[in-house]
Design a protein around this ligand. Structure first.
Ligand code: ADP
Ligand code: MG
Length: 261
């Protein structure tokens, strides 16, 4: 029996079959009801595995959800707008979302939350920092250059994180423009940055290219500008400790807090 099942690629049924047969006996299921139940279980397992694969291959740096975001800590962020985006309107309309603000205010958290919502709805997503992306766009060999542009064009949702810490070469800047142009109006790109748009000319080393790129990036886009305090530093800021408990005392950074940006 299990050989037959594996020949048919029904990989999760063998483990479940004894329990399923027991259920069928106890509940005196008809042949038809039993077959349907068994196939449903196989399908559910398959979908769960595909979901896990999608999640892993998205390479999100941490599991983030809107539900774990403390909205009261960051009042400049509109919960209503983010909830609406997480309903995946941005995927349907290929609307980019650009998160701007200083380090620690939750840009990566919010971008990853939107990517997670897309993944859970069955879309593909991919996370990359601008630093890694630039390296791959400039890389010689079969995986670099245009191949990298194509690779990053494909996922339904692309997160380009930490725009601002990298100074790009001419080739990298043009490849980035190519990537954003290819995705433009087709698939949404989520960007996080601590730069103002005026600084993108310096980032790309070319003002004209920067304005053409921003033109595409911002044509169908929501800009979420966050101007609040760093969540990473919250325990050290007196505002969070009105009783004045241990405010000035340094404590070791967790690995997450030690990450830049
Ligand atoms: P940024 O990308 O803006 O530098 P992150 O999104 O990496 O900031 O946030 C830093 C850490 O703090 C992350 O672990 C994130 O989950 C958490 N964080 C940031 N803002 C909030 C918030 N308002 N509520 C809950 N957690 C937050
Ligand atoms: Mg970040």
């Amino acid at each position: 029996m299990s050989t037959l099942l594996s020949q048919l690629n029904l990989t999760s049924l063998p483990a479940q079959l004894p329990a399923l047969l027991e259920t069928a006996r106890q509940q005196q299921l008809s042949y038809e009801a039993f077959l349907e139940l068994a196939l449903q279980r196989e399908l559910a397992e398959r979908q769960a595995r595909a979901q896990e694969r999608r999640l892993r291959s998205a390479r999100l740096p941490f599991a983030a959800r809107l539900d774990s975001f403390d909205w009261s800590f960051q009042p400049s962020v509109s919960e209503r707008m983010l909830r609406e985006l997480a309903g995946l309107s941005f995927v349907k309309t290929a609307t980019n979302v650009v998160f701007l603000g200083p380090p620690g205010v939750g840009k990566t958290h919010l971008a990853c939350s939107l990517a997670t919502a897309a993944l859970e709805a069955g879309h593909s997503a991919l996370f990359v920092t601008l630093r890694e992306l630039s390296q791959q766009l400039a890389q010689a060999g079969p995986r670099g250059g245009l191949a990298a542009v194509r690779r990053y064009s494909q996922p339904t949702v692309l997160v380009v994180d930490e725009v601002g810490y990298t100074r790009m070469s001419d080739d990298q800047a043009h490849a980035l423009f190519e990537l954003f142009s290819t995705r433009y109006a087709r698939r949404p790109t989520l960007v996080t940055s601590n730069l103002t748009f005026a600084e993108w000319g310096t980032l790309l080393g070319d003002e004209v290219l920067a304005s053409a790129l921003l033109d595409r990036l911002l044509h169908h886009a929501e800009v979420v500008a966050i101007n609040g305090r760093s969540y990473r530093m919250r325990q050290r800021l007196p505002a969070d400790h009105p009783q004045g408990t241990r405010t000035g005392e340094p404590r070791p950074l967790s690995p997450e807090e030690a990450r830049v940006g």
